[in-house]
Write a protein that binds this ligand. Structure first.
Ligand SMILES: [Zn+2]
Length: 61
């Protein structure tokens, strides 16, 4: 008996597009080291989007 491979779940193109958008919008400003949108370093929106892209194998750590 073998179980199906697990690890990353594929996400739809639409979802991936929204995560990429969040990564760009909530990326740290190199000058201040903070999200330009929320004014927080590595804000939750950014962290979540990055995590989802990594899980989907679309982004390297
Ligand atoms: Zn943010």
């Amino acid at each position: 008996m073998s179980s199906p491979p697990q690890g990353h779940a594929p996400i739809s193109d639409e979802l991936a597009r929204r995560y990429w958008e969040a990564v760009v919008v909530h990326g740290d400003d190199p000058a201040t080291d903070m999200c330009v949108h929320c004014r927080r370093s590595r804000c939750p929106e950014w962290a979540y989007a990055v995590e989802q892209l990594i899980l989907a194998d679309l982004l390297d750590r």
